[in-house]
Design a protein. Sequence first.
Length: 338
Amino acid sequence: MTKLLVTGGAGFIGSNFIHYVMKKYPSLQVVNLDALTYAGNPANLADIADDPRYTFIKGDICDAKIVAEAMRGCHAVVNFAAETHVDRSIHEGGFFVDTDVRGVFVLCEEARRCKVERFLHISTDEVYGSIDKGFYKETDALNPSSPYSSSKAGGELLARSYFVTYGLPMLITRSSNNFGPYQYPEKLIPLFATNLIEDKPVPVYGDGKQVRDWLFVEDQCEALDLVLHEGTFGEIYNVGSHNEMYNIDVTKAILKILGKGDDLVTYVKDRPGHDRRYAVDITKIGELGWKPKHDFAAGIEKTVNWYVEHEDWWRAIKQKQADYAAWMKKQYGELNKA
Ligand code: NAD
Ligand code: DAU
């Protein structure tokens, strides 16, 4: 494989993955197709922007013409592009159906036409829904709860159907919650770390006893690289870390690293349809030869320190959010909060 199309590469996991593969494979060319939604940030890849092996194309994966241009000459595709934030999907789900379902269709159609050699589609453990005890296996039924996870389920079912129907060399991963550098500060860990650095309160939903399995993004990149190269076409691979934590304990870990007190913790109304626990069985990807290298303590220390050391990165994002909120307030008054 010499030329790789990455979609959604300006986001959190995509940008970490591009850094990872460009370092690991010195002759690899990478094309990054990204619509630069609010979550896409060219600053994530500023260090490689001028690398002759890297090409950036601004465009939407629902746009067949631009997808055809981006995929031309590519041997493989890795699809990260998605609307990804559960709360936003509860507020306004239409974008999720567009990108997370229709966008996958457009990519699969073009990949079939171009006869790409490999297509890795990134899905999520949220497609299984909540689980009280035990771990979901790849063969378990899907039972998504939110417009986000339902759209992701639709997208991955479509992706797999292209393997069954057309023989498109499809690989699918379902991973647990990632954390690390370059994560947009709307997700739990970067939101809480950056709020706490500024001595602002952090909103814990409900009782804070929901459980997530935290996967450090470097481990995710290794897993994706392995599945891309060694996975069996048509197969689905769970990716998780067995780093299960209550949200309130994640919050306490961040408070401790930053030396802040519990007074900044605010319990707020719960997320509608909030899944209590996600947990996946990682035996199958283990058999390919992968296991995570970071436990939660090591990963959270690295992550929080990254946000401490990269204030310019997240302050620019938070400033944009504040400017928008101020404009909305001026335009429409107090009742219409951004
Ligand atoms: P992110 O929100 O940080 O980035 C998404 C990227 O996709 C952004 O750069 C955005 O501009 C781009 N994008 C959105 N719509 C697009 C469109 N229509 N066309 C082209 N580009 C578009 O997301 P992330 O957290 O890095 O997640 C990446 C992928 O991994 C997603 O598919 C997500 O569902 C999946 N995933 C994420 C996690 C996690 O914990 N973050 C866990 C499991 C799976
Ligand atoms: O499980 C994989 C999924 O993980 C990915 O598919 C999604 O793209 C990604 O956003 C993530 O979904 P979550 O909803 O689990 O992540 P989030 O960071 O939004 O929330 C993590 C937990 O923390 C969840 O139980 C909700 C809670 N939470 C979140 C926020 C933003 C709070 O209590 N307060 C908050 O302000």
